[in-house]
Unconditional design. Structure first.
Length: 522
């Protein structure tokens, strides 16, 4: 159970657990075990190292690396130094990584071994970074993380921290233009812990094992790790999302709690022999980040034979929002297509085009209010003002509340595609494709995909007298954008549907692919 009355900031999580559960294993990563006492001590060392490097409160520290127990050491240390950790999506293309590092004003960057080469190539473009630390060591110019850490004092710096001080900065792509930095505060995370403890999705038993498989550059990966530490669990951390390895670790460590995006659940469902595995200790499986089909959900319930719970939220809401608890997963109740009800500390309402609150079962924009709502977008007051109005966050998702107060997502106002839990914004992909010399016009849409929920499709109009194949266009896009944003398929057409003012009618493009679907997301 989370002792909320003992926590005044994120830094208090390891402080508290080290006093009551110091001997327990806090983290396991590739056989490496760390107790809560060791984790708190290492957090002190990281904090002192940052303070000695002249990092003042509010300084942005970057982390570019795959999942590791060291990430949570660094995060706990940044919390104690009252500096802000910014996780960088390592799946992005090099120019996108450079943009984030520069936009966030990263002062010190922790880099995983897989990305040493990327950062070395970007050196001319990221001159504002003062120091690089090699998380996995073995770099000829940067200090090894463990050596740097262990050279620091072990005393707790006890820096004063306010609820409104930023703790974490994550980046979420905009509908147009560059990614935006989401400022998440200590107060935001205390509210998430409150929602976990009192909302039916995170009141867990200390000493049990939880699996942290989602990437730590996503709010879901961070949240599962932090909630596990706040509960006194043992976090079993995976470097990469590998469904076969996940199944092995669920058995090996008798994991009791887990979070997966629906695409991972689908993959696990289909692994040969999955029904012969021993998941008898698995008690609670949390899912979210993208919609799940009833077929996938019911198959998983039959395989894993545990409670299932859905959480709907966004990076801007600290991953929190609505909860569909285990008791609502009875198909007879007819609520499996919903995202549940607002969390205890949250409010959700549906707004029409003129700003009025919509009645039950009427579609409008989903808006959200809670203490978990971000402070704002980093250095982007205009975007913050557009997204947060009178304390309510405009999600850009269209949906409705039924007569029982359950939320249903109907469509996306901003045309965003969710593929395997990753947000893909068509405008960004379209801009990359327009650079191809043979493309005269292009529209990017999401189409149903059994594995990923949605797949990225480009509909292309070639310039007169020009030619290009699907393979050529996809290869071109690989040089411009991250792999998960690249179109899985290309359709060619003579003209794109537009209204008299020239606005592209994407709904007309999407219509044939979504024929017969209950809702316009999958």
């Amino acid at each position: 159970m989370i002792a909320l009355d003992q926590l005044n900031c994120v830094a208090d999580i390891t402080r508290y657990q080290s006093t009551i559960n110091g001997h327990r294993i806090a983290q396991i990563f590739e056989g490496r075990e760390t107790t809560y006492s060791d984790l708190d001590r290492r957090a002190n060392q990281v904090a002192n190292g940052l303070i000695n490097a002249a990092c003042e409160p509010g300084t942005r520290i970057g982390y570019l690396g795959k999942n590791s127990d060291y990430y949570f050491e660094v995060m706990a240390g940044t919390a104690k130094a009252n500096v802000v950790i910014a996780g960088v999506n390592w799946r992005l293309a090099a120019p996108e990584i450079a943009y984030i590092l520069n936009n966030a004003c990263i002062d010190i960057l922790f880099v995983g071994a897989e990305f040493y080469d990327v950062i070395e190539q970007l050196m001319p473009d990221i001159g504002g970074i003062r120091q690089f630390i090699a998380i996995d060591g073995q770099h000829n110019a940067w200090p090894d993380y463990t050596a740097w850490r262990d050279a620091q004092a072990t005393s707790d710096p006890m820096i004063p921290i306010a609820l409104d001080d930023d703790a974490l900065q994550l980046y979420t792509s905009g509908t147009t233009g560059n990614p935006k930095g989401v400022q998440l505060t200590n107060g935001n995370y205390l509210d998430v812990l409150d929602q976990a403890a009192n909302g039916g999705w995170g009141d867990w038993d200390e000493g049990e094992a939880s699996i942290v498989a989602m990437p730590i550059f996503h709010v879901a990966g961070v949240n599962v790790g932090l909630v596990g530490l706040a509960q006194g669990l043992t976090n079993v951390i995976l470097k990469d999302v590998d469904p076969v390895v996940i199944l092995d670790l669920l058995e090996k460590y008798r994991v009791k709690y887990a979070f997966f995006v629906p695409a991972v659940i689908l993959f696990m469902n289909s692994i040969p022999g999955v029904r012969d595995r021993d998941f008898s200790n698995l008690d609670f499986l949390l899912y979210g980040a993208s919609p799940i089909s009833e077929e996938v959900l019911l198959t998983a319930k039959d395989i894993f034979k545990c409670d299932f719970c859905q959480v709907y939220g966004l990076t801007e809401t600290c991953g929190a929002g609505t909860i569909l608890p285990p008791e609502d997963h009875d198909p007879a109740l007819g609520k499996l297509r919903s995202c549940g009800k607002p969390a205890p500390t949250a409010e959700v309402r549906i707004l029409g085009e003129d700003g009025q609150t919509m009645p039950a079962n009427e579609v409008g924009e989903i808006t959200y209010r809670s203490k978990s709502l971000m402070k704002g977008y980093w250095k982007n007051d205009e975007a913050t003002a557009k997204s947060i109005q009178n304390g309510w966050f405009l999600t850009g998702d269209a949906g409705y509340l039924d007569e029982d107060g359950y939320l249903y997502i109907h469509d996306r106002i901003k045309d965003m595609i969710v593929s395997g839990g990753e947000n893909v914004y068509p405008a960004e992909v379209e801009n990359a494709l327009f650079d191809h010399p043979a493309i005269g016009d292009v529209a990017v849409i999401g189409v149903p995909d059994e594995k990923w929920g949605e797949a990225v499709k480009a509909v292309v109009v070639l310039k007169p007298g020009m030619s290009a194949t699907q393979e050529e266009i996809i290869a071109h896009s690989r040089t411009k954008i991250a792999g998960y944003k690249i179109p899985k398929s290309i359709d060619f057409t003579d003209v794109l549907p537009r209204n008299p003012t020239g606005k592209l009618l994407k709904r007309e493009l999407r219509k044939p692919y979504w024929e017969g679907k209950e809702r316009q997301i999958n």
